[in-house]
Design a protein around this ligand. Structure first.
Ligand code: EPU
Length: 427
């Protein structure tokens, strides 16, 4: 998937103006997969259709037999005319691990699925044991042959299932199991279910097309199986991680930026943390106004990444980048993906002072970062490098930008509209 596109960023330009946050990739992907649960037409709005990961999910659904029309940020998944296929091959799954999220819906709809076993990713092993254990509990037989997961069931039946893993709840395991449970016989109760806004959005969509899902008073997810689901139209939530990214871009190098974002409640606690370290954020109904300052004036902090509503791992690389310019020492404990520190060696090349001790990053602030050539090695580390480049003295060239295009729609255009000195260059 590599390309030769690079981002050239001249730092120290003050951002100003307004930006509009796109629909959430991580909400859209499982919701698109959930369309496999119904043969009826599904119309999804606010989909970030320019993202590579969304394009991959569209081609996966097409391979599985869906017909899809894309029109700007709306995708229409047509009423099925033919039987669904059940094989997700290596060439697709290897491009996007989240492809695993078609497993639950395929089992529920056509009782079998063959999915290439997803490999690790650049920040760790990323196991899928919880997905498979949960589906087995519902009555799935699973075998591994030649790198494929072969799954089949005679009848999915509701059960009480514990999906709490070593590092807390799992977003996509919860999504997979709850989608399978939608069409299972009887009631499923998921203990340790994820509560991320993206999973809640999937639940809202499923309930909208006829599923019966709710959290009980203990926080367990209750799914009462139904015979079939209908079609419908649904608008996906805005991307809280993109919104936070623009908060950091603005805090690190902004003058005054308005961030239009419909789901402020999804990042309210994080914004409170940002305000507590001195970031100037005004919270309005559907927008945020961030006034940038010299990052050397922000206060030191300690954070631990945790499942929602804790500090999200996807925001850690950006906060770590901000910390490189905060005088004194900041500490970041990465408790979800203990080796998610790909951005650190690149930030050190830009002059940052960071020590990694297992899952702990110790960041000693420096007065400034220096522009140089760096490479993104995953989506969020790429966003961190953009933040660093915006603040740095001189020019930064970010290589391997295809990682960034998996999850940040039109990021260069959005930054240009904020008067950043950024452009794409092709070698
Ligand atoms: N885990 C297990 N077993 C499993 C599944 C997960 O031990 O079967 C562990 C993981 O190793 C990790 C923890 O559970 O330590 C949480 O992982 P989770 O399953 O929640 O991750 P995911 O569902 O595969 C989604 C997002 C990630 C995001 C994580 C955590 C999507 C498509 N991906 O992944 O997003 O980091 O939740 O919030 O929704 C990104 O957008 O850049 C990204 C990586």
């Amino acid at each position: 998937m590599s390309n030769d596109k690079k981002f050239l960023i001249k730092g120290e330009k003050k951002l100003s103006g307004e930006v509009f946050i796109s629909g959430s990739k991580n909400a859209a992907l499982p919701i698109m997969a959930a369309s496999l649960l119904t043969k009826e037409k599904v119309v999804l709005k606010n989909i970030p259709t320019l993202l590579t990961d969304i394009k991959i999910m569209i081609s996966l659904l097409e391979k599985l037999g869906k017909e899809i029309i894309v029109n700007k940020n709306t995708i229409t998944i047509q009423q099925e005319k033919n039987k669904l296929n059940y094989i997700a091959t290596y060439d697709i799954v290897q491009k996007m691990r989240a492809s695993i999220v078609v497993l639950g819906p395929l089992l529920a709809r056509i009782k079998k699925a063959v999915i290439s076993y997803p490999g690790g990713c650049s920040f760790g092993l990323r196991p899928i044991n919880l997905h498979l254990e949960g589906l087995k509990k519902l009555g799935t037989e699973i075998e591994f042959t030649h790198g494929d997961i072969q799954a089949k069931t005679k009848q999915l039946t509701g059960k009480k299932i514990n999906l709490m893993g070593e590092f807390g709840s799992s977003v996509l395991a919860t999504d997979n199991v709850l989608m399978a449970a939608c069409l299972a016989k009887g009631r499923t109760e998921i203990v340790g279910a994820a509560k991320e806004p993206e999973t809640q959005d999937l639940i809202n969509f499923l309930n909208h097309i006829g599923a019966k899902i709710h959290y009980n008073e203990s926080g367990n997810l209750i799914i009462d199986g139904v015979e079939s689901l209908s079609g419908g139209q649904y608008t996906v939530i805005d991307d809280r991680i993109e919104a936070f990214s623009f908060v950091i871009f603005s805090a690190i190098s902004g003058k005054e930026v308005k961030i239009n974002f419909q789901n402020i409640d999804h990042i309210e606690d994080i914004l409170k943390h940002c305000i507590s370290i001195g970031i100037d954020i005004k919270i309005l109904k559907n927008s945020l106004i961030v006034k940038g300052k010299n990052p050397n004036s922000y206060k030191t902090f300690k954070i631990v990444t945790q499942p929602y509503p804790g500090f999200p791992t996807d925001m850690q690389p950006l906060y770590l980048t901000l910390a490189t310019l905060i005088p004194e020492t900041c500490f970041i404990h990465e408790k979800i993906y203990p080796s998610r520190f790909n951005h650190v060696p690149e930030l050190i090349r830009m002059g940052a002072d960071i020590t990694i001790e297992n899952d702990l990053a110790i960041i000693q602030g420096v007065p400034k970062l220096d522009g140089t050539s760096v490479a993104a090695s995953d989506l969020r580390s790429g966003a961190a490098l953009i933040a660093a480049a915006l603040a740095a003295e001189g020019e930064t060239v970010i290589n391997e930008t295809y990682h960034i295009e998996r999850g940040y729609e039109s990021v260069i255009k959005k930054l240009q509209s904020l008067h950043a000195d950024v452009k794409e260059i092709i070698d």
